[in-house]
Design a protein around this ligand. Structure first.
Ligand code: ZN
Length: 77
C-alpha cells in the first residue's frame, strides 16, 4: 500500500480566503449559497447566489464575479 502525503495534498488545495478574484484582483471570493438567506446567514462569509441554483460555486463580494472553484484548483491565477 502506497503511503499518501496528506500534508502535501492539503497544501495543494488552496484556502478560499487565499484565492484572488480573476476580475478585480481582490481576495474577496466567497462560497456561493443559493436560496433565500435566513436570519442566521453569514453575509461576511458567504455570497448570496439567489433563489435559482446554478453551476457556479464561488463568487466575489467585491465585483460580483461568479465562477467555479474547481478552476482555481487546476490553474494558477
Ligand atoms: Zn472580484
Amino acid at each position: 500500500m502506497d503511503s499518501i502525503d496528506f500534508e502535501q495534498l492539503q497544501k495543494r488545495r488552496k484556502r478560499i480566503d487565499s484565492l484572488v478574484c480573476p476580475q478585480c484582483g481582490e481576495k474577496t471570493l466567497k462560497k456561493i449559497v443559493y436560496g433565500m438567506p435566513d436570519d442566521n446567514f453569514n453575509f461576511q462569509k458567504n455570497f448570496v447566489g439567489g433563489c435559482i441554483p446554478s453551476e457556479e460555486d464561488i463568487g466575489c463580494k467585491n465585483c460580483e464575479w461568479v465562477g467555479f472553484r474547481a478552476n482555481f484548483e487546476r490553474e494558477n491565477f
